[in-house]
Design a protein around this ligand. Structure first.
Ligand code: SF4
Length: 694
């Protein structure tokens, strides 16, 4: 007799939702997972968790899961269940046939920030070593690619500077474009604890997030800016710091390029960056902005935490560089309690980027043009590597519409639902001759697929995830893969069906190869992870125990680099037809497009996305609480229920995007970050009017 309350065994693993990377004990009776218990030894969570990690695992058993491979010649034909061998043979033949007909660069891959480091490493290796091109991109393209660019340019590496513990030594916390209590709840709670102990808080956000005012917490300064004006606000903060003589010049002389600082100081001192001059753009009260700048510069240890409200803009990379400038200006990089910290939305965004998913970088953020770096991988893989960067996701779709890109292997990512300009994505997918979707469910992208390969959940595989503080956590197999193979095995089978000769028998061997080829992972192995629990990269000969704090003795690039950050207004403009600005975010109980959380009990807590609208904007449109409204932009329209709220300013509306019916990406534009093509999800000119419902 199995007692449901008394588990027979437990396995320690890592949550597969957000970038906090909480450790859990998965408790089982037989093969039945009975509960997830936050693990007290988990270094990222210390025994805490949120509702998603604790309760939202039911999707692993959901009847919507597809457990048999399926194929079809044409997307208007019904799916046909086949054996793994037949599906992989079919996929391999199609992909090779496309290359013969259209050239080596006519196919590519998309990796997932949901998958393990080892799986991601294999998918980019599939593109580079088997397809013979660099057409590999990641869903990080649509979230934190500007972090990669911005922190790489200024500090020399694309990662947060601190560990989570560092917040306990912070005197001034700056939260910009992030909502940690909903999107990163366990770290949000640590932040709140520090605030209750007396740290000061500056929130820069168009919306009154919970941290602005909730029980026992109130922000000292809320810079409630107009969506799309981050660069102007960050520059105005820097202007005050420089012109009021608050910059830490001793630190800058020692740690940063002094000549570049002088150029930057001259640029930022110009009156056009002053709080008074930028008020007309940003809507932020100049007195509030000046006070915030003084608090940050003089309040002791200052740490900046940011999220997608920074990156998902046409100037996402510029804002990241502006934030880095602010931290260097005030000497706030390189010790406990300070730093620049991107809060990663998905469990393995950091790892996905580390593992070489971008089309211009091999693992460890090294450009494919570098002959020495290519040589490392050529030796390890026994193939020639193309020195030309490959296509980003939007370029793959453009090339598909143009007829030169014909085949895609998409692992763990629903680009039709999560990428901008849905019409363009569907046109690109429809133009391809072979789309391979490797996922848990028949997602929206699978409507255009010719091959469906069943995926495995985080409970069904071994591997590692890297969280937002660069912590490499073990993921352990809790139960056997329901469809027969873990995702890394499927990628290996596909590679071999296309002529490769891979023979990994366990993800530990893939990690050995990562350590061999990637200096920041040189000291990482499953034995080390067993012994230490987890480590933060760089972990190598110089840092055998890992690196909680980066840039301590000097920046990774040598001297920190100030970069001039000119504000350029987004091309998305309000006007008489579309007078309001829409911005988007998330809610605690749901996760991204909801593929997992909607298939768990969490869905009962949040059954639909709603449109937050200021009472003044609602009144002039005759909209009352709970009314159905039509939300229209230049790109498309959808219907939502209205929620009257003073969390948003007049002129700004807000929604979440957890339910497919909301079709938020039908509304958003195709503008994107100038450096990385990260879509501008956070600024869309819209109109709102009463409707009869969907
Ligand atoms: Fe999972 Fe993030 Fe919640 Fe932790 S805070 S349990 S990692 S969703």
């Amino acid at each position: 007799v199995i007692e449901m309350g008394v588990p027979q065994r437990s396995v320690v693993t890592t949550c597969a939702y957000c970038g906090v990377g909480c450790s859990f004990k998965a408790e089982l009776n037989g093969d039945q997972l009975v509960r997830m218990v936050p693990w007290k030894h988990g270094k990222a969570n210390r025994g805490h968790s949120c509702v998603k990690g604790r309760f939202a695992y039911g999707y692993a058993d959901h009847p919507d899961r597809i457990l048999k491979p399926m194929i079809r010649e044409r997307i208007d034909e019904p799916w046909q269940e086949v054996s793994w061998e037949e599906a992989l043979g079919f996929a391999a033949k199609k992909m090779r046939g496309i290359q013969e007909a259209y050239g080596q660069k006519s196919i590519g891959v998309i990796t997932s920030s949901r998958c393990t480091n080892e799986e991601t490493y294999l998918v980019q290796k599939l593109a580079r070593a088997v397809f013979g091109n660099n057409n590999t991109d990641t869903c990080a393209r649509v979230c934190h690619s500007p972090t990669g660019y911005g922190l790489g340019q200024t500090f020399g590496t694309s990662a947060g500077t601190q560990d989570f513990d560092s917040v306990e030594k912070t005197d001034v916390i700056v939260v910009i474009g992030a909502n940690p209590t909903d999107a990163h709840p366990v770290f949000g709670s640590r932040m709140k604890k520090r605030l209750r102990e007396g740290a000061k808080l500056i929130v820069i956000d168009p919306r009154k997030i919970d941290l602005v005012k909730s029980a026992h917490i109130a922000a000292d300064h809320h810079l409630q800016l107009r969506p799309g004006t981050n660069v102007a606000v960050v520059s105005a903060l820097a202007h005050v710091i420089v012109t009021e003589g608050l910059a830490d010049e001793a630190y800058i002389r020692e740690r940063c390029d002094w000549d570049e600082y002088l150029s930057y100081a001259e640029f930022i001192s110009d009156e056009r960056h002053s709080p008074e001059a930028t008020f007309v753009l940003t809507g932020v009260d100049p007195d509030v902005l000046r006070a915030a700048a003084r608090t940050f510069a003089t309040g002791g240890n200052g740490a900046i935490y940011y999220g997608l409200g920074v990156t998902e803009h046409s100037q996402g990379s510029t804002t990241v560089m502006g934030i880095a400038n602010l931290a260097m200006l005030t000497g706030n990089v390189g010790r406990e309690g300070v730093g620049v910290n991107p809060l990663r939305g998905q469990n393995n965004v950091q790892g996905s980027c580390d593992m070489g998913s971008f089309p211009h970088e091999l693992p460890g953020y090294r450009h494919v043009k570098g002959a020495e770096v290519r040589e490392v991988f050529q030796k390890a893989w026994g193939v020639e590597i193309d020195p030309e960067p490959g296509l980003r996701i939007p370029n793959m779709l453009d090339a598909a519409v143009d007829g030169t890109f014909k085949g895609l292997y998409c692992q763990g990512e629903d680009i039709l639902q999560s990428d901008p300009d849905t019409k363009h994505v569907s046109a690109g997918l429809a133009a391809m001759e072979c789309v391979i979707v490797h996922d848990l469910f028949l997602n929206e992208t699978a409507n255009y697929a010719h091959v469906f390969l069943p995926g495995s959940t985080f409970l069904e595989k071994d591997g590692t995830f890297t969280n937002a503080e660069r912590r490499i956590n073990r993921v352990r197999e809790v139960m056997a893969p329901k469809a027969g193979y873990a995702d890394w095995e499927v990628t290996q089978l596909l590679a071999n069906a296309m002529g490769a000769n891979w023979h990994y028998t366990h993800p530990a061997q893939i990690m050995e190869e990562i350590a061999l080829t990637t200096p920041s992972f040189a000291g990482v192995s499953y034995d080390v992870l067993e012994e230490k629990g987890s480590v933060q990269w760089p972990c190598n000969e110089a840092h055998p125990d890992g690196t909680p704090l980066m840039h301590v003795d000097g920046f990774v690039r040598g001297k920190g680099r100030f970069i001039v950050t000119e504000y350029v207004a987004t091309e998305e403009k309000t006007g008489p037809r579309f007078p309001l600005l829409l911005t988007t975010g998330r809610i605690l109980s749901q996760y991204n497009v909801g593929a997992q959380t909607r298939r768990t009990e969490n869905s009962t807590w949040h059954q639909e996305d709603v449109l937050e609208i200021h009472p003044h904007d609602a009144e002039v449109r005759g909209v009352k609480e709970g009314d159905w409204v039509r939300l229209a932009s230049r790109s498309g329209e959808t219907s939502l229920r209205a929620k009257l709220s003073e969390r948003v300013s007049p002129g700004v509306v807000y929604t979440t995007f957890h339910h497919p019916d909301t079709q938020a990406n039908v509304i958003t534009t195709d503008f994107s970050d100038w450096a990385t093509n990260c879509p501008e999800y956070k600024v869309t000119a819209v109109q709102v009017g009463l409707s009869n419902g969907p």
